[in-house]
Design a protein around this ligand. Sequence first.
Ligand code: AVJ
Length: 369
Amino acid sequence: MKDPETVPGPLPGALDLGSCDAGSLNGSSRDGPSLAGPEVIDLHPAPADMERLVIEGLSREPKQLPAWFLYDDEGSRLFELICEQPEYSLTRTETALLEREAPAIAAALGQGVLVEFGAGSARKVGPLLDAMARQAAPATHPSPSAPPEQPAYVALDISASHLQEACDRLQRRHPQVPMLGICCDYSQLEALPSHPLLNGQAHLGFFPGSSLGNFEPSAAQELLAQFRRLLGPGGKLLIGIDQPKSRERLEAAYNDQAGVSAAFARNLLNRLNRDLAGDFNPQAFRYRARWQAAESRIEMALVSDGPQRVQLAGQSWTFASGEALITETSAKYTAEAFLALAAPAGWQGAARWSDPDHDLCLHLLVQAD
Ligand code: AVJ
């Protein structure tokens, strides 16, 4: 794939973007492959921070860690597999909705740089980038005096290697779009790094997958306020929210027949063993996913088969028989409930799109003055 002969001059890295013209940014000859993928800035939490969070989380009652701990390399791979399970329709439904409505969504978003929070494999953004590019370069009404700006793309994700791969693949498919990756816990990010790609254009947040559901309501509201700060004045947010549905469907979606959801949860223990010197036996826990109607959420947990003692992060932890380690919760919001959560964070609904079965909703939020 890599062929230095075809690319004259120095490597065009993302840092040059501010000073170049979009056509020359991707480091490719005519239609050849990109020599260097997009730049990825690494702001992953340090081992000491991870240890502190784990000690905090295991000291809680019930025990629970931030959901991003699930996404090491293997966890990110298993999550991709979950998205392909027949019971887990969220990803397919949202992807189809984005494809179908991309022109309308792009028109409502306007021009700017798309900032995706928790991009994962970045497989959902393509149709949006295409629609935004078409909108910026209308074939029939060229406006040479003030040409609309082409979209740019910034992907934030907790898994560095996964992020680099995702950005490389996306860049090959969209060679004209300037791109940047930032490996980080977006809920703790104080500001977007200063970078030419983030100068000037409006910041358009993209938060698909209903990942907001991973946060407790108060933390979810704080996250929405955080996004507003990160995106800055004039920023907008396109966010995918899964709707409440029947217990049967939801419990099946989060505990698939093939056992991928269970493997995804158990992988958390492998990750803790590796990164924080633990001695969990993943087989000594069974996986459980249950719909908690009062909280309108799925709770996913690893339940201890018997009493056990585990070493981790330099401490000894006990589990009673039947005690749960909550691996994540996934809250579901009606459109009304979601907008009520977003309002105190300074957002108001400007538009929304839904699939034919109303399984999920894409909301476009704008800043309430
Ligand atoms: C990535 C948070 C959107 O809650 O549906 C899916 C994570 N975990 N199956 C979700 C998940 C197990 C997923 N989000």
